[in-house]
Design a protein around this ligand. Structure first.
Ligand SMILES: [Zn+2]
Length: 63
């Protein structure tokens, strides 16, 4: 893990736009909620280390 923050690109599960999300690289893998910057719908995000210093983030629709 190098820098403090990482940017990950993912696809919004609501509007299907490609969005960029900042995550704290020092944080443990986990889940959190964030509004899509495009359509403002809530997304449940889950981050897991990808084994090479980056993050694998999946997004699901939050209710
Ligand atoms: Zn969206």
């Amino acid at each position: 893990m190098s820098s403090k923050f990482a940017t990950v690109s993912l696809q919004c599960p609501w509007c299907l736009e490609a969005v960029e999300i900042f995550i704290d690289a020092d944080a443990e893998a986990g889940q959190w909620m964030e509004d899509c910057p495009v359509c403002c719908h809530p997304m449940n995000l889950e981050a897991q280390p990808d084994g090479s210093g980056g993050w694998q983030v999946t997004a699901e629709r939050a209710h």
